[in-house]
Design a protein around this ligand. Structure first.
Ligand SMILES: Nc1nc2c(c(=O)[nH]1)N[C@H]1C(S)=C(S)[C@@H](COP(=O)(O)O)O[C@H]1N2
Ligand SMILES: [Mo]
Length: 355
């Protein structure tokens, strides 16, 4: 019989900031692969927008043949699809960079996944038609505010190149795990861009515009850009698809265990192709053995993996995990350092002591 107190012993989000609200998922303490909405990480650039839903409309304008304004009722009547998608903040694991970088010091929980339901953006664009001059689709969010480096107010807006916008799996979502999207995650409509880091999935969509040039808003020309150098902006390039990556969920860092057999457990994911293997090392990377990957339906989700570790010698151990994808990308030993701390994907590590 479980102790009734144990039912109150639930995992919670960890707070990185409250204004705006930034909180991370307890990634080691999930008991399902589908993150329930109350444990979904939160990443915001501004305070939450004030919306009046009784009057919610979605305009699509700019370089279209016929501009249209969709009501929510019209959108939910269109053919829908449900896809399992990971959202990973580009700053996930930023706290692990050496030398340290400024910004939210995310540990390993700026990632979540679940089932998103919505209408393909391309279905809406079929209704408006596309002017051949259109190059990008600009998605504007309702939230706005000042940046530390600028005097003007900006809304959270980002564009997608036309080919990614027209991918049938790029959706305007209205449900998460079969429920209306929670307000803090973008209710009533948010964009979901599978395989790209989370910044592309704009919440609280205000309007969508087709444009003929490259959008230069600060959330894509200043932030969400890899700057390989500390002192200058040379060789910078935009953050788009997720890197191949993995996280050890169990044991947790610095845990003390006894000798015997332990299940090492984790997740692995990629933003291109599929995860093809996950390898584990318990001897500082001298030898690697393949972990077992759970044969679940992946869609754009992560895979869960396990590795049975029998250990008889007391001592201190470093457990490492390394995933590889079908494009041949593998987690590096050293991360690609960049000034804003995006895309950390070095081989994952936890240390344990065996007694
Ligand atoms: N409108 C709006 N959309 C947004 C953001 C935001 O601040 N405002 N943050 C982006 C970033 S950086 C991430 S990682 C994800 C986080 O989504 P979540 O808060 O639902 O986890 O939303 C993206 N979409
Ligand atoms: Mo993010």
């Amino acid at each position: 019989m479980s102790n009734p107190q144990d039912r109150l012993n639930e995992p919670t989000l960890s707070t990185r900031g409250l204004q705006p609200e930034n909180k991370e998922t307890p990634i080691s303490f999930l008991n399902t692969d589908i993150v329930p909405s109350h444990l979904f990480f939160k990443r915001n650039h501004f305070s939450y927008p004030k919306l009046t839903y009784s009057n919610y409309w979605l305009p699509i304008n700019g370089l279209v043949k016929t501009p249209k304004i969709f009501s929510l009722q019209e959108i939910v009547k269109l053919p829908s699809k449900t896809i399992k998608v990971i959202l990973e903040c580009a700053g996930n694991k930023r706290s692990l960079f050496e030398p340290k970088v400024f910004g939210e010091q995310w540990e390993k929980g700026a990632i979540s996944q679940g089932y998103w339901t919505g209408v393909s953006l391309t279905t809406l664009l079929e209704a408006t038609g596309i002017n051949p001059k259109a190059k990008e689709v600009l998605i504007e969010g309702y939230d706005k505010g000042k940046r530390t480096d600028k005097n003007n107010e900006y809304s959270y807006s980002r564009s997608l190149p036309l080919d990614k916008a027209l991918d049938p799996d790029t959706i305007i979502a209205y449900e998460y795990n079969s429920q209306p999207i929670p307000f803090k995650h973008g209710y009533p409509l948010r964009l979901i861009v599978p395989n790209w880091y989370g910044m592309a999935s704009v919440k609280w969509i205000k309007q969508i515009s087709l444009i003929s040039s490259e959008f230069k808003g600060p959330y894509q020309s200043i932030d969400y850009v890899y700057y390989p150098n500390k002192e200058n902006d040379t060789d910078s390039f935009p953050v788009t698809i997720m890197n191949v990556n993995s996280t050890i969920q169990e044991p947790v860092h610095m845990e003390i265990l006894n000798t015997g057999t332990h299940v090492i457990k984790g997740i692995a994911w990629t933003g291109a192709g599929e995860v093809s293997k996950v390898e584990v090392s318990t001897d500082h990377g001298d030898t690697w053995l393949e972990a077992e990957i759970e044969p679940t339906y992946r869609s754009y989700g992560w895979v869960s993996w396990t590795y049975e570790w029998s250990v008889y010698d007391p001592g201190e151990y470093t457990i490492m995990s390394k995933s590889t994808d079908t494009l041949g990308r593998t987690q590096p030993l050293k991360p690609f350092w960049n000034r804003k701390g995006y895309g950390y994907n070095a081989i994952d590590k936890v240390e344990v002591k065996i007694e």
